[in-house]
Design a protein around this ligand. Structure first.
Ligand code: COI
Length: 355
Protein backbone atom coordinates (compact mmCIF):
# COMPACT_ATOMS: atom_id res chain seq x y z
CA UNK A 1 0.00 0.00 0.00
CA UNK A 2 1.36 3.43 -0.85
CA UNK A 3 1.16 6.33 1.58
CA UNK A 4 3.07 9.59 1.98
CA UNK A 5 4.97 10.97 4.97
CA UNK A 6 5.98 14.65 4.82
CA UNK A 7 8.12 14.12 1.77
CA UNK A 8 8.49 10.37 1.27
CA UNK A 9 6.21 8.06 -0.68
CA UNK A 10 6.01 4.76 1.16
CA UNK A 11 5.07 1.46 -0.41
CA UNK A 12 5.07 -1.26 2.22
CA UNK A 13 5.95 -4.86 1.57
CA UNK A 14 3.01 -7.29 1.53
CA UNK A 15 5.05 -10.02 3.15
CA UNK A 16 8.00 -10.07 5.53
CA UNK A 17 11.09 -12.28 5.35
CA UNK A 18 11.79 -11.82 9.04
CA UNK A 19 10.50 -15.19 10.19
CA UNK A 20 12.98 -17.00 7.98
CA UNK A 21 15.97 -15.24 9.58
CA UNK A 22 18.15 -16.91 12.21
CA UNK A 23 19.23 -13.82 14.14
CA UNK A 24 21.66 -15.81 16.25
CA UNK A 25 23.63 -16.85 13.20
CA UNK A 26 24.18 -13.90 10.88
CA UNK A 27 26.82 -13.69 8.21
CA UNK A 28 27.71 -9.98 7.82
CA UNK A 29 25.81 -8.19 5.05
CA UNK A 30 24.07 -11.09 3.37
CA UNK A 31 20.46 -10.57 4.43
CA UNK A 32 18.46 -7.42 3.96
CA UNK A 33 15.30 -6.14 5.61
CA UNK A 34 11.91 -5.80 3.94
CA UNK A 35 12.28 -2.20 2.74
CA UNK A 36 14.73 0.17 1.10
CA UNK A 37 14.98 3.92 0.61
CA UNK A 38 15.44 5.32 -2.90
CA UNK A 39 15.87 8.89 -4.12
CA UNK A 40 16.85 9.85 -7.64
CA UNK A 41 18.75 12.95 -8.76
CA UNK A 42 17.64 14.36 -12.09
CA UNK A 43 17.33 17.75 -13.76
CA UNK A 44 19.69 19.25 -11.22
CA UNK A 45 17.77 18.21 -8.10
CA UNK A 46 16.87 15.34 -5.80
CA UNK A 47 13.42 14.06 -6.70
CA UNK A 48 10.79 12.87 -4.21
CA UNK A 49 12.18 10.03 -2.11
CA UNK A 50 10.48 6.66 -1.87
CA UNK A 51 10.51 3.70 0.44
CA UNK A 52 9.68 0.50 -1.40
CA UNK A 53 9.83 -3.21 -0.70
CA UNK A 54 13.45 -4.40 -0.90
CA UNK A 55 13.92 -5.57 -4.45
CA UNK A 56 16.31 -5.83 -7.37
CA UNK A 57 16.34 -2.85 -9.71
CA UNK A 58 17.01 -2.17 -13.35
CA UNK A 59 19.88 0.13 -14.27
CA UNK A 60 21.02 0.86 -17.80
CA UNK A 61 24.26 -0.98 -18.67
CA UNK A 62 25.82 2.31 -19.74
CA UNK A 63 25.33 3.91 -16.30
CA UNK A 64 28.60 5.54 -15.29
CA UNK A 65 28.77 3.68 -12.01
CA UNK A 66 29.60 0.52 -14.00
CA UNK A 67 32.31 2.17 -16.09
CA UNK A 68 33.95 4.81 -13.96
CA UNK A 69 33.05 3.73 -10.43
CA UNK A 70 31.20 6.89 -9.49
CA UNK A 71 29.91 5.43 -6.23
CA UNK A 72 30.22 6.30 -2.54
CA UNK A 73 28.75 4.75 0.58
CA UNK A 74 28.41 4.95 4.34
CA UNK A 75 28.24 2.45 7.17
CA UNK A 76 26.02 3.15 10.18
CA UNK A 77 24.17 1.09 12.75
CA UNK A 78 20.83 1.24 14.56
CA UNK A 79 20.55 -0.21 18.05
CA UNK A 80 17.60 -1.11 20.26
CA UNK A 81 17.56 -0.86 24.04
CA UNK A 82 15.69 -3.20 26.38
CA UNK A 83 12.64 -0.89 26.34
CA UNK A 84 12.39 -1.17 22.56
CA UNK A 85 13.70 2.34 21.82
CA UNK A 86 15.77 2.66 18.67
CA UNK A 87 18.96 4.72 18.44
CA UNK A 88 21.42 5.80 15.81
CA UNK A 89 24.99 6.72 16.75
CA UNK A 90 26.26 10.13 15.59
CA UNK A 91 24.31 9.96 12.30
CA UNK A 92 25.13 13.55 11.34
CA UNK A 93 28.76 12.44 11.02
CA UNK A 94 27.74 9.94 8.37
CA UNK A 95 25.60 12.47 6.59
CA UNK A 96 28.46 14.97 6.45
CA UNK A 97 30.92 12.33 5.35
CA UNK A 98 28.84 10.92 2.51
CA UNK A 99 28.57 14.42 1.11
CA UNK A 100 32.33 14.93 1.45
CA UNK A 101 32.87 11.65 -0.36
CA UNK A 102 30.36 12.66 -3.04
CA UNK A 103 32.03 16.02 -3.56
CA UNK A 104 35.38 14.33 -4.19
CA UNK A 105 33.76 12.10 -6.80
CA UNK A 106 32.00 15.04 -8.47
CA UNK A 107 28.60 13.87 -7.26
CA UNK A 108 25.84 16.09 -5.86
CA UNK A 109 25.39 16.51 -2.11
CA UNK A 110 22.35 14.76 -0.66
CA UNK A 111 19.67 16.64 1.26
CA UNK A 112 19.89 16.48 5.06
CA UNK A 113 16.10 16.46 5.51
CA UNK A 114 15.71 13.51 3.13
CA UNK A 115 18.59 11.66 4.79
CA UNK A 116 17.10 11.85 8.27
CA UNK A 117 13.46 11.44 7.25
CA UNK A 118 14.45 8.47 5.09
CA UNK A 119 16.40 6.78 7.87
CA UNK A 120 13.66 7.33 10.42
CA UNK A 121 10.84 6.14 8.15
CA UNK A 122 12.83 3.07 7.12
CA UNK A 123 13.74 2.19 10.69
CA UNK A 124 10.14 2.53 11.81
CA UNK A 125 8.98 0.13 9.10
CA UNK A 126 11.76 -2.39 9.71
CA UNK A 127 12.01 -1.92 13.50
CA UNK A 128 11.46 -5.61 14.25
CA UNK A 129 14.72 -6.35 12.46
CA UNK A 130 16.65 -4.47 15.17
CA UNK A 131 17.15 -6.90 18.03
CA UNK A 132 17.85 -5.62 21.53
CA UNK A 133 20.95 -6.77 23.37
CA UNK A 134 24.57 -5.72 23.21
CA UNK A 135 26.14 -7.20 20.10
CA UNK A 136 22.99 -6.94 18.00
CA UNK A 137 22.44 -4.12 15.54
CA UNK A 138 21.00 -3.24 12.19
CA UNK A 139 23.76 -2.23 9.80
CA UNK A 140 22.63 0.61 7.52
CA UNK A 141 24.22 1.13 4.17
CA UNK A 142 23.46 4.49 2.54
CA UNK A 143 25.06 4.76 -0.90
CA UNK A 144 25.01 6.85 -4.04
CA UNK A 145 25.59 5.64 -7.60
CA UNK A 146 25.77 7.40 -10.94
CA UNK A 147 22.82 6.12 -12.96
CA UNK A 148 22.85 8.33 -16.04
CA UNK A 149 23.01 6.13 -19.16
CA UNK A 150 26.07 7.52 -20.97
CA UNK A 151 29.67 6.39 -21.06
CA UNK A 152 31.55 9.61 -21.72
CA UNK A 153 34.24 9.92 -19.06
CA UNK A 154 32.74 12.81 -17.15
CA UNK A 155 30.51 13.16 -14.10
CA UNK A 156 26.97 11.90 -14.55
CA UNK A 157 23.94 14.14 -14.40
CA UNK A 158 21.73 11.47 -12.83
CA UNK A 159 22.26 9.61 -9.56
CA UNK A 160 20.46 7.33 -7.15
CA UNK A 161 20.79 7.63 -3.37
CA UNK A 162 19.69 4.52 -1.48
CA UNK A 163 19.66 3.04 2.00
CA UNK A 164 19.52 -0.70 2.55
CA UNK A 165 19.61 -2.39 5.96
CA UNK A 166 21.09 -5.66 7.13
CA UNK A 167 20.87 -7.25 10.59
CA UNK A 168 24.39 -7.63 11.95
CA UNK A 169 26.49 -9.01 14.71
CA UNK A 170 30.21 -8.33 14.77
CA UNK A 171 32.16 -8.18 11.50
CA UNK A 172 35.11 -10.21 12.77
CA UNK A 173 34.30 -13.18 14.99
CA UNK A 174 37.78 -13.54 16.39
CA UNK A 175 40.97 -11.48 16.70
CA UNK A 176 42.47 -10.60 13.33
CA UNK A 177 45.93 -11.29 11.99
CA UNK A 178 47.20 -8.49 9.79
CA UNK A 179 49.96 -7.99 7.26
CA UNK A 180 51.68 -4.60 7.03
CA UNK A 181 51.81 -3.43 3.41
CA UNK A 182 55.22 -3.17 1.80
CA UNK A 183 54.36 -3.05 -1.88
CA UNK A 184 50.70 -2.25 -2.56
CA UNK A 185 48.97 0.95 -1.47
CA UNK A 186 45.42 1.84 -0.62
CA UNK A 187 45.61 5.56 -1.27
CA UNK A 188 47.94 8.38 -2.18
CA UNK A 189 48.35 12.09 -1.46
CA UNK A 190 45.69 14.08 -3.25
CA UNK A 191 43.69 10.93 -3.93
CA UNK A 192 40.39 9.62 -2.61
CA UNK A 193 41.58 7.67 0.44
CA UNK A 194 39.61 9.86 2.85
CA UNK A 195 36.37 9.22 0.94
CA UNK A 196 34.18 6.18 1.30
CA UNK A 197 34.50 5.64 -2.42
CA UNK A 198 33.53 2.16 -3.59
CA UNK A 199 36.76 1.91 -5.59
CA UNK A 200 38.89 2.29 -2.46
CA UNK A 201 37.54 -1.04 -1.31
CA UNK A 202 37.79 -2.80 -4.68
CA UNK A 203 41.46 -1.73 -4.90
CA UNK A 204 42.19 -3.55 -1.65
CA UNK A 205 40.63 -6.86 -2.59
CA UNK A 206 43.54 -8.26 -4.59
CA UNK A 207 46.38 -7.44 -2.14
CA UNK A 208 44.12 -8.53 0.74
CA UNK A 209 43.43 -11.84 -0.99
CA UNK A 210 47.20 -12.39 -1.26
CA UNK A 211 47.53 -11.68 2.46
CA UNK A 212 44.65 -14.06 3.17
CA UNK A 213 46.46 -16.89 1.42
CA UNK A 214 49.19 -16.40 4.04
CA UNK A 215 46.69 -16.49 6.91
CA UNK A 216 46.09 -12.75 7.43
CA UNK A 217 42.55 -11.37 7.35
CA UNK A 218 43.51 -7.77 6.71
CA UNK A 219 46.29 -5.53 5.51
CA UNK A 220 47.44 -2.50 7.46
CA UNK A 221 48.18 0.03 4.77
CA UNK A 222 51.26 2.18 4.89
CA UNK A 223 51.92 5.48 3.11
CA UNK A 224 52.27 5.00 -0.63
CA UNK A 225 55.52 7.00 -0.94
CA UNK A 226 57.77 5.27 1.55
CA UNK A 227 55.73 2.44 3.17
CA UNK A 228 57.26 3.61 6.44
CA UNK A 229 54.16 5.01 8.14
CA UNK A 230 51.19 3.01 9.40
CA UNK A 231 47.85 4.33 8.16
CA UNK A 232 44.62 2.30 8.28
CA UNK A 233 43.36 -1.20 7.73
CA UNK A 234 40.80 -0.52 5.04
CA UNK A 235 37.73 -1.66 6.95
CA UNK A 236 39.08 -0.12 10.18
CA UNK A 237 41.22 2.66 11.59
CA UNK A 238 43.99 1.30 13.79
CA UNK A 239 45.18 2.05 17.33
CA UNK A 240 48.47 0.91 18.86
CA UNK A 241 49.01 0.72 22.60
CA UNK A 242 52.61 1.14 23.65
CA UNK A 243 52.83 0.60 27.41
CA UNK A 244 49.86 2.66 28.62
CA UNK A 245 49.76 5.14 25.77
CA UNK A 246 47.60 4.88 22.67
CA UNK A 247 48.76 6.07 19.28
CA UNK A 248 46.73 6.44 16.11
CA UNK A 249 47.54 8.02 12.76
CA UNK A 250 46.17 11.49 12.02
CA UNK A 251 43.47 11.74 9.38
CA UNK A 252 44.61 13.09 6.04
CA UNK A 253 43.50 12.91 2.44
CA UNK A 254 44.68 9.28 2.54
CA UNK A 255 42.87 8.11 5.69
CA UNK A 256 39.17 7.72 6.45
CA UNK A 257 37.88 10.04 9.16
CA UNK A 258 36.24 7.18 11.06
CA UNK A 259 33.34 7.93 13.40
CA UNK A 260 34.41 5.10 15.73
CA UNK A 261 38.00 6.38 15.58
CA UNK A 262 37.06 9.90 16.66
CA UNK A 263 34.70 8.53 19.34
CA UNK A 264 37.51 6.43 20.82
CA UNK A 265 39.89 9.38 20.86
CA UNK A 266 37.23 11.24 22.87
CA UNK A 267 36.56 8.26 25.16
CA UNK A 268 40.30 7.92 25.81
CA UNK A 269 40.38 11.51 26.96
CA UNK A 270 37.26 10.93 29.13
CA UNK A 271 38.90 7.87 30.70
CA UNK A 272 42.23 9.64 31.29
CA UNK A 273 44.12 7.49 28.76
CA UNK A 274 46.78 9.31 26.78
CA UNK A 275 46.13 9.10 23.07
CA UNK A 276 48.67 10.55 20.67
CA UNK A 277 47.38 11.36 17.21
CA UNK A 278 50.53 11.40 15.11
CA UNK A 279 52.42 9.62 12.41
CA UNK A 280 53.57 6.17 13.49
CA UNK A 281 56.43 4.36 11.85
CA UNK A 282 56.41 0.65 11.20
CA UNK A 283 59.86 0.52 12.81
CA UNK A 284 58.75 2.06 16.10
CA UNK A 285 55.94 -0.47 16.43
CA UNK A 286 58.26 -3.36 15.60
CA UNK A 287 60.80 -2.09 18.13
CA UNK A 288 58.07 -1.70 20.78
CA UNK A 289 56.92 -5.26 20.04
CA UNK A 290 60.46 -6.66 20.26
CA UNK A 291 61.06 -4.87 23.56
CA UNK A 292 57.74 -6.01 25.03
CA UNK A 293 56.21 -2.53 25.12
CA UNK A 294 53.54 -3.12 22.48
CA UNK A 295 50.59 -4.22 24.57
CA UNK A 296 47.76 -4.09 22.07
CA UNK A 297 46.81 -3.30 18.51
CA UNK A 298 43.15 -2.96 17.59
CA UNK A 299 41.10 -1.88 14.62
CA UNK A 300 37.98 0.23 15.00
CA UNK A 301 35.08 0.90 12.67
CA UNK A 302 31.31 0.81 12.47
CA UNK A 303 31.13 -2.75 11.19
CA UNK A 304 34.13 -4.01 13.15
CA UNK A 305 33.37 -2.01 16.37
CA UNK A 306 36.69 -2.71 18.15
CA UNK A 307 38.57 -5.74 16.80
CA UNK A 308 41.75 -6.92 18.49
CA UNK A 309 44.77 -7.75 16.36
CA UNK A 310 46.39 -10.97 17.55
CA UNK A 311 49.41 -10.89 15.22
CA UNK A 312 51.05 -8.77 12.56
CA UNK A 313 53.75 -9.44 10.03
CA UNK A 314 56.15 -7.12 8.27
CA UNK A 315 59.12 -8.05 6.08
CA UNK A 316 58.80 -11.72 6.98
CA UNK A 317 58.96 -10.94 10.68
CA UNK A 318 55.90 -12.18 12.56
CA UNK A 319 54.83 -10.67 15.87
CA UNK A 320 52.26 -12.46 18.02
CA UNK A 321 50.43 -10.33 20.56
CA UNK A 322 49.37 -12.02 23.76
CA UNK A 323 46.04 -10.98 25.27
CA UNK A 324 46.47 -8.44 28.07
CA UNK A 325 44.34 -8.44 31.18
CA UNK A 326 43.56 -4.73 31.32
CA UNK A 327 42.73 -4.48 27.61
CA UNK A 328 42.02 -0.95 26.38
CA UNK A 329 40.35 -2.44 23.32
CA UNK A 330 37.83 -4.31 25.48
CA UNK A 331 37.26 -1.25 27.63
CA UNK A 332 36.54 0.98 24.62
CA UNK A 333 34.31 -1.63 23.03
CA UNK A 334 32.22 -2.00 26.19
CA UNK A 335 32.07 1.76 26.80
CA UNK A 336 31.00 2.40 23.22
CA UNK A 337 28.40 -0.40 23.14
CA UNK A 338 26.95 0.80 26.45
CA UNK A 339 26.45 4.26 24.97
CA UNK A 340 25.05 2.88 21.71
CA UNK A 341 22.58 0.58 23.50
CA UNK A 342 21.41 3.26 25.96
CA UNK A 343 22.99 1.48 28.91
CA UNK A 344 25.08 4.41 30.08
CA UNK A 345 25.01 8.15 30.21
CA UNK A 346 25.53 9.89 26.87
CA UNK A 347 27.60 12.88 27.94
CA UNK A 348 28.55 13.88 24.41
CA UNK A 349 25.04 13.62 22.95
CA UNK A 350 26.04 10.88 20.51
CA UNK A 351 22.79 8.90 20.66
CA UNK A 352 20.04 9.92 18.28
CA UNK A 353 16.70 8.39 19.21
CA UNK A 354 14.45 7.36 16.34
CA UNK A 355 10.92 8.28 17.47
C1 COI B 1 32.00 0.12 8.05
O1 COI B 1 32.58 -0.11 9.11
O2 COI B 1 30.85 0.54 7.99
C2 COI B 1 32.69 -0.10 6.80
O3 COI B 1 32.59 0.70 5.93
C3 COI B 1 33.39 -1.36 6.59
C4 COI B 1 32.72 -2.10 5.49
C5 COI B 1 33.52 -1.97 4.25
C6 COI B 1 32.40 -3.49 5.85
Amino acid sequence: MASTTDSITVETSKTSKINSVDFSNLDFGRLFTDHMFVCDYKDGKWQNPKITPYQAMTIDPSARVFHYGQAVFEGMKAYKDEDGKTFLFRPKQNFDRINKSSERLAMPAFREDYFFEGLEALLKLDKDWIKPGVGNSLYLRPFVIATEPAISASPAEEYRFMIICSPAKSYYNSPVRVLIAEQYSRSADGGVGFAKAAGNYAAQFYPTSLAQKDGFQQVIWTDANTHKYLEEAGTMNVFFRVNDKLITAPISDRILDGVTRKSIIQLASDLGITCEVRQITVEEIKTAAREGHLKEVFGVGTAAVVSPVSAFQHADELFELAEVEDSYGKLFKQTLLNIQHNLSEDVHGWRHEVK
